[in-house]
Design a protein around this ligand. Structure first.
Ligand code: XMP
Length: 528
């Protein structure tokens, strides 16, 4: 790797053309798990753009449409003539068949959703080391009825005679199932066969090379100029701080704004870690009173969020003037923030679709778009799981790498209604108990989030001989893949009992603990 090679110059070895499947990003992540760099581009990317980008392989994603209806997304037909191997997945395979002269029809009475054993008829190439009769994940209402000229069927299921197809001569392949989902037992073997053996990719996308490349790129970009980073303590901004510290050391200034709504001990822990242990240049800004004063008398959740966001920007601006001047602002933008589903806005240099320049970063309250900074965004090629790997490699402690998501406005939105010092203290104590007991029970890695919510109503209880009239705490604990949907976690009764006992006994102002058993949808994860 040349030391001046920038991330933007790294071309994708595999391009995924997105036809609107919920799994398009997952395909890209799976390819990257084989240490091969992949990007997701719009289905409308032209053959000419692809030729310029010269990937070693193209994967066509699934999608919700039927290829034979008007307005269904189609790819540039010249793509079949590029000589680049193509793997069509589900809709992608049907499109290949449809555009090359075969026939796709509704699989009336033969639709398949869920796991299906796959019978392999040709165990070579795509199916090397894939066991016949193994489970693959199916999700299709249409099926291939007739293959285009030159194609063969490679595998079938009981409902789908042509579950995998190929024109080996033209290096065009299709699978009706989804190799990218975990339920497809040998899905990764199939992806490996495609990227390594059919496309001839090299495994060169590793955490080490990413770190090397991006350090070189940041040094190139920034030179001897100064960079400002708003550090929240989440995994993205923390990884970014570690990476930039390696790249530019003292030229980096991290600003940690304590708005007063963090978890118990969190600001102290972060300062100790960044400043004392890792000698990263961090400015601690104590803005606690400013924020809580602004929230006095405010009960509407949206208004609370707006006030916190606006105040964050004010503090950020004031402090950046005081600590500045800075030329660059570093942001923890990730690849999913850059991928755009409509995808017409293509970067002429890399062929990659471009999205918003400044991430509407709810963690830092959303920075204004007219800030006079140039941006440094070295994580913008990474998925979240890749950020964790990079963080780990750079020495970020597991506590931060594995940290549950935490909203930017913090505990302020987990207090329903007005935020006061008394309620904040109460919620902080309850939240700490939840965290400790979930950790003690070894459940922390299995749950997406576990936290306490304070409801500003009082009910009657009894403690000793005393009648109490105090607040309830809601325990919210969910499992989720991405926060978009979630289910409530079935915590063991003894863990629930411990949490409840400890909160009621140890937290002043609380006499009751209730459990939220609502999934998302229809509920949300946070209360507010
Ligand atoms: P909801 O409550 O909408 O939350 O189901 C979905 C996920 O988003 C997190 N969340 C936030 N994350 N800044 C963040 O970085 C925020 O302002 C914010 N609000 C909600 C929430 O914790 C959950 O994981």
């Amino acid at each position: 790797m040349s030391s001046t090679q920038s991330d933007d110059q790294r071309k994708p070895a595999i391009v995924i053309l997105d036809f609107g499947s919920q799994y398009s990003e997952l395909i890209a992540r799976r390819v990257r798990e084989t240490e091969v760099y992949s990007l997701v581009l719009s289905y409308s990317t032209t053959a000419e753009d692809l030729r310029r980008l010269s990937p070693k392989g193209i994967i066509l994603s699934g999608g919700p449409s039927s290829v034979y209806v008007d307005g269904a997304p189609r790819c540039d037909p010249q793509i079949w003539e590029l000589g680049i191997p193509v793997l069509g997945v589900c809709y992608g395979m049907q499109l290949m068949v449809h555009q090359l002269g075969g026939k796709v029809e509704a699989a009336i009475g033969k639709a398949e959703y869920g796991k299906a054993p796959l019978q392999i008829d040709d165990p070579t190439e795509l199916f090397t080391n894939v066991e016949t009769n193994s489970t693959m994940w199916m999700s299709h209402g249409d099926s291939v009825l007739q293959l285009p000229d030159g194609f063969l069927s490679l595998a079938h299921t009981s409902n789908t005679p042509m579950a995998a197809i190929a024109s080996q001569e033209r290096k065009l392949y299709g699978v009706q199932f989804h190799p990218e989902v975990v339920h497809s037992k040998y899905g990764m073997s199939l992806i490996r066969n495609f990227v390594y053996h059919i496309c001839g990719c090299d495994p060169d996308w590793t955490t080490n090379t990413f770190v090397e490349e991006s350090i070189a790129q940041v040094r190139d970009q920034v030179g001897s100029k100064r960079v400002l980073l708003a550090l929240s303590g989440g995994v993205d901004s923390s990884t970014l701080a570690f990476l930039l510290n390696r790249a530019i050391g003292e030229k980096l200034t991290c600003m940690f704004i304590d708005q007063g709504f963090m978890r118990k001990g969190e600001p102290e822990f972060l300062m100790e870690l960044f400043k004392k242990k890792f000698h990263i240049n961090v400015e601690y800004i104590n803005a606690r009173e400013r924020f809580i004063n602004k929230l006095s008398g405010i009960v509407d959740p949206e208004q609370k969020r707006k006030i916190i966001g606006t105040e964050f920007i004010r503090v950020f601006e004031e402090e950046s003037v005081r600590l500045g001047p800075f030329d660059y602002l570093a942001q923890g933008t990730l690849y999913p923030d850059v991928i755009e589903s409509a995808g017409t806005n293509v970067d002429p240099k890399t062929g990659e679709r471009m999205a918003v320049k400044i991430k509407s970063h709810h963690n830092v309250g959303g920075l204004p778009k007219d800030l006079q900074f140039k941006l440094v965004e070295p994580l913008r090629r990474l998925f979240k799981d890749e950020v964790r790997k990079v963080g780990r490699l750079l020495g970020l402690p597991e506590e931060i790498v594995r940290r549950h998501p935490f909203p930017g406005p913090g505990l302020a939105i987990r207090i329903i209604g007005e935020v006061t010092h008394e309620k904040l203290n109460c919620l902080r104590d309850a939240d700490l108990i939840v965290r400790q007991e979930i950790l003690n029970a070894g459940l922390y890695p299995d749950v997406w989030q576990a936290f306490a919510v304070l409801l500003p109503i009082r009910s009657v209880g009894v403690m000793g001989d005393q009648r109490t009239y105090a607040w309830p705490i809601v325990l919210r604990c969910v499992s989720s893949e991405d926060g978009m949907t979630a289910d409530w976690s079935r915590l063991p009764y003894d863990v629930l009992e411990k949490i409840s006992n400890r909160i009621v006994n140890e937290v002043t102002g609380v006499n009751r603990v209730v459990l939220d058993i609502t999934s998302k949808p229809p509920g949300t994860i946070e209360w507010e």
